[in-house]
Design a protein around this ligand. Structure first.
Ligand code: SF4
Ligand code: SF4
Length: 165
């Protein structure tokens, strides 16, 4: 557990002073952002409400070093539903910029994240294209089985296994 000394109490004001971070201090921890997030649905370690709480606490190093701030796919669902107009999607961009500025990730990492986003969209398009005329797949179980066969050990496959247990 961090001591008071290790926490940076001024950090939240620095985040809130950047374009995109302005809504931070209005968060009242309702959790609506997390409840509607498609990434939180498949990865419980990614929790927008918890990330905001850590920022408000001043847990700077922990947040900026974490891989969770790179998991968001930028769908803006949390931003659309937030009753306090916090704009978590944009807030996360501020955190990513700070992570680069403070040397927690290399600039090359940004390009890799862009590439991951592009490939994810390509994968989705390919799946829709492929399955559109695939009349043999009628149920979720058949789809799961087909997906496991085609993709091997991707984490999504692990999730399917977890659900089946
Ligand atoms: S929905 Fe908005 S107010 Fe509620 S926890 Fe998320 S950011 Fe905070
Ligand atoms: S923008 Fe990011 S954090 Fe917000 S709902 Fe979408 S994936 Fe989740």
């Amino acid at each position: 557990m961090k001591t008071q000394k290790e926490l940076d109490e001024r950090w939240k004001f620095q985040v809130a002073s950047r374009p995109g971070g302005e809504g931070l201090l209005a968060c009242f921890a309702c959790g609506v952002c997390t409840a509607g997030c498609p990434v939180s649905e498949v990865e419980e370690r990614f929790n927008p409400r918890r990330i905001i709480h850590q920022v408000l606490m001043g847990n700077r190093e922990h947040v900026l070093r974490s891989k969770e701030i790179w998991m968001c796919i930028g769908c803006y669902t949390c931003t659309a539903h937030c009753p306090q107009d916090v704009e978590f999607t944009n807030l996360l961009k501020v955190l990513r910029t700070m992570a680069v500025e403070e040397g927690h990730v290399d600039k090359k990492w940004l390009k890799l994240i862009d590439e991951i986003d592009r490939r994810t969209q390509n994968l989705r398009r390919d799946l829709v294209e492929y399955l559109w005329n695939e009349e043999t797949l009628q149920s979720r179980e058949e789809f799961d089985s087909w997906y496991k066969e085609e993709t091997g050990k991707l984490s999504w496959t692990r999730k399917v296994k977890d659900n089946a247990e």
